[in-house]
Design a protein around this ligand. Structure first.
Ligand code: CIZ
Length: 329
């Protein structure tokens, strides 16, 4: 069944000159058919290099927005546009503006897991892979405003010693990882090293041997060549690419509940249907769509609800934050 769908997607991809980008947290079968996999930083970077007409973003909405912001001449679609990020939606640009009023002159750093409006209201974006480096580069005596993730913000504050005012957001999936579950696995597998994502709670981060982004987890496993067992404190999807890369190691998830339901909304069926819908609508124009599509492929109209496209003023302001971040990529 999956093989048939994969073949169908491959033919549709050729027909539509599409490239498939998939986040590390996607279902295994999606990672297997993707042209590019990685964390949000890698996906954003690779989206900028893409020459294909269509980018199919298999991730959550802020990732598709980032691909569009960085690459407006491509058509960016999401196979399921209801795949949002609860963390990103915990703050809006009004909250950022209120913080700016409260801390005048303070630089605003936003985690890439944020809406385009929040990025547009911020000075610089960051991912968990470069947040520490970016915070240190800000060279300010004022407090740094960090939104929306409180746990990543606190992690950066601890690592840098900087005064960081954090938002109150959190990732509901990472909150399901509990320090006591890690401790009970360690009791059974005492040699296991704990690698945790900085979106985890403070208690988990405290007992972890390493705290890093998903892309940095590969390097951590590689560097610890004599270790067989690793407890991976992040979304369970990450175990699949780690096992693929290091088949001789064991990766243990501390919680079966550390699952991002939004990431799992994208299926092979939804990718095939999205591409089919694009093809069937080719050449059509929806009323009022022409203006929105003026940077898209000529003669091409992406179905409403599938294509991610932002008002140009927001896109340009958010581009500033993302471009400044890319200098640290
Ligand atoms: O930055 C990302 O892609 C996320 C959400 C996690 C990570 O560290 O890779």
């Amino acid at each position: 069944m999956n093989d048939l769908l994969a073949e169908r997607i491959s033919a549709l991809k050729k027909q539509k000159k599409a490239v498939i980008l998939a986040h590390n947290y996607q279902l295994p079968e999606i990672q297997d058919i993707a042209d590019i996999t990685g964390d949000s930083l890698e996906l954003a970077r690779r989206a900028m290099e893409v020459k294909s007409e269509v980018i199919v973003m298999c991730g959550v909405k802020f990732m598709a927005e980032a691909a569009h912001i960085l690459n407006p001449e491509r058509t960016v679609i999401m196979p399921d546009s209801s795949a949002g990020c609860p963390l990103a939606d915990m703050i809006d640009h009004n909250d950022v503006n209120r913080l700016k009023e409260k801390y005048p002159g303070s630089p605003v750093m936003c985690y890439v897991n944020s809406t385009a409006e929040v990025k547009a209201a911020s000075d610089i974006a960051c991912t968990s892979a470069n947040a520490v480096k970016i915070a240190l580069s800000l060279k300010t005596d004022l407090p740094i405003i960090f939104v929306p993730d409180q746990h990543l913000g606190k992690f950066v504050a601890r690592k840098t010693g900087l005064n960081i005012i954090t938002g109150r957001g959190f990732c509901p999936a990472h909150r399901n990882i509990r320090a006591e579950d890690i401790a009970s696995i360690k009791a059974r597998v005492p040699d296991a090293l704990v690698i945790a994502h900085p979106e985890c709670t403070d208690e988990v981060v405290e007992i972890a041997d390493f705290v890093c982004s998903t892309s940095q987890m590969y390097k951590t496993v590689e560097d610890n060549e004599n270790t067989k067992n690793f407890i991976i404190g992040t979304e369970t999807g990450m175990l699949y690419p780690l096992k693929k890369c290091f088949p001789d190691r064991n990766f243990i998830s501390p919680s079966e509940d550390c699952v991002c339901k939004n990431m799992k909304k994208i299926t092979l069926e939804s990718i095939a249907s999205a591409l089919e819908e694009l093809i069937s609508r080719e050449g059509e124009r929806h009323p009022g769509h022409q203006e929105m599509c003026k940077t898209a492929t000529p003669g091409f109209a992406a179905p409403e609800g599938l294509e991610i496209r932002l008002p140009e003023d927001i896109r340009l302001k958010a581009l500033g934050s993302l471009k400044r971040m890319m200098e640290f990529a």
